[in-house]
Design a protein around this ligand. Structure first.
Ligand SMILES: Cc1ncc(COP(=O)(O)O)c(C=O)c1O
Length: 395
């Protein structure tokens, strides 16, 4: 019982600080109109930025994929779990990203979390402890964990601080240098200064690992994410895009020079020692890529950008602060944990589902409402949210 009591004491401490988390249960497909714990809600919390998670063509492709390939892959990729569907998806992804990555190949992973673990531990395996990782301070937890798993020396540079990064790179004599950053910061919505960071990586002969979880498919003329947004290409780039957010399905991919991908297949333990994702998901992702790269994807990105402009221009905040963001992630900083929870609860009572994000996901004193927009929202949906938030802050 002592063991359970230890846990209970710590859980009570979390509750006392308004940090105890709970899950809500969605009973319908991921979409703006969703039934949650029996209540009809208008949701502003998914990362389904293009509104593809319940797209009829992708649903049909998933069903077809299950008919063609069954449900489970049965084994890891290196044993017998690598199917034609996985291979076709990787070819399509490599082709899609090829304007930005020379001799591109792509590798499909079960999740973005695993892809990040694999890239950092895999690249660091080249030089072992002689590796130095330069990690941006607001990086996603999966990158922080990947850096830990790599057992490399880790230097954290302040958010967006290119000068500080330059000083660290200039002082480093590591055999392998890896700079790693989110492209769109998941809790802030702002962009990393990637052109300047890439220039430094080329100057100091460092890899640049870009986690474009929130940019892939949602940004860029054709949906090629931040690489297209900033028009970047370089042999130093190792690109990670997730496929469970704007692409609407699940999993993730790494795109890089063919040699990098071959190395990861040999060495990256989070790739090697896990059962391959169901091939039907890869089959469904082919349909998703058709939409992302086609006219429909273009129209969805244009509508999403209109909604972002509407939200930013019509919010009237006094004490709370809207973050500088041109992306679908539009957080409102409240500060205090309990106040952020109260704000989210009040919106929830009005039928609006907006999550309160608290430490340790964000730094202490920066609890926030994290609004995310989707191309599946209408302008009326956004107007409804604006009315509620504007009224809430003037209470
Ligand atoms: C920036 C970032 N990287 C990686 C991930 C992990 O991706 P996945 O959900 O596919 O594991 C997420 C979110 O989940 C994320 O926000």
């Amino acid at each position: 019982m002592i063991l359970l009591e230890q846990l209970e004491t710590q859980l009570d401490a979390l509750s006392a600080k308004s940090l105890r988390r709970r899950r809500r249960t969605a009973e319908t497909a991921c979409a703006p109109r969703v039934t949650v714990d029996g209540n009809p809600m208008l949701a502003f919390c998914s990362n389904d930025y293009l509104g593809l998670a319940a797209h009829p063509k992708i649903i049909a492709a998933l069903q077809q994929g299950a008919s063609l390939y069954g449900v489970g892959s049965g084994a890891s990729h290196l044993i017998s779990g690598h199917s034609r569907a996985h291979a076709m998806l990787e070819e399509r992804l490599a082709d899609f990203m090829s304007p930005h990555i020379a001799s591109a190949r792509a590798l499909y992973f079960c999740t973005g979390y695993m892809a990040n673990l694999a890239v950092l531990s895999g690249l660091a395996a080249v030089s072992g402890r002689e590796t130095e990782i330069f990690s941006e301070s607001l990086n996603h937890a999966s990158l922080i964990d990947g850096a830990k798993l790599s057992r490399a020396q880790v230097q954290v540079y302040p958010h967006g601080d290119v000068m500080a990064l330059q000083a660290l790179l200039a002082a480093s004599s590591a055999a392998t240098k890896i700079v790693v950053t989110d492209s769109v910061f998941s809790m802030d919505g702002d962009l990393a200064p990637l052109p300047a960071i890439l220039a430094l990586c080329e100057k100091y002969n460092a890899w640049l690992v870009v986690d474009d979880a929130h940019g892939f498919a949602a940004m860029g003329e054709h949906g090629r994410g931040v690489l297209e947004h900033f028009n970047l290409s370089s042999p130093n780039l190792v690109y990670m895009g997730t496929l469970g957010k704007a692409a609407g399905v699940g999993g993730a991919f790494v795109a890089a020079h063919a040699t990098v991908i071959d190395w990861l297949v040999q060495k990256a333990r989070p790739y090697i020692y896990t059962t391959a994702a169901p091939p039907a998901l890869a089959h469904a992702l082919l349909a998703s890529l058709d939409i992302i790269g086609g006219e429909e994807g273009h129209a969805r990105r244009a509508h999403l950008n209109d909604l972002i402009t509407q939200l930013r221009s019509d919010l009237r905040l006094k004490r709370w602060k809207l973050m500088p963001s041109i992306t679908a992630i539009e957080p409102i900083i409240i500060g205090d944990n309990a106040e952020a929870l109260r704000a989210a609860a009040s919106l929830y009572e009005q039928g609006l589902w907006v999550p309160a994000i608290r430490p340790p996901t964000v730094p202490d004193g920066t609890a926030r409402l994290r609004i995310t927009l989707s191309a599946a929202h209408t302008q009326d949906d956004v107007a409804c949210l604006l009315d509620a938030v504007n009224a809430l802050e003037s209470d």
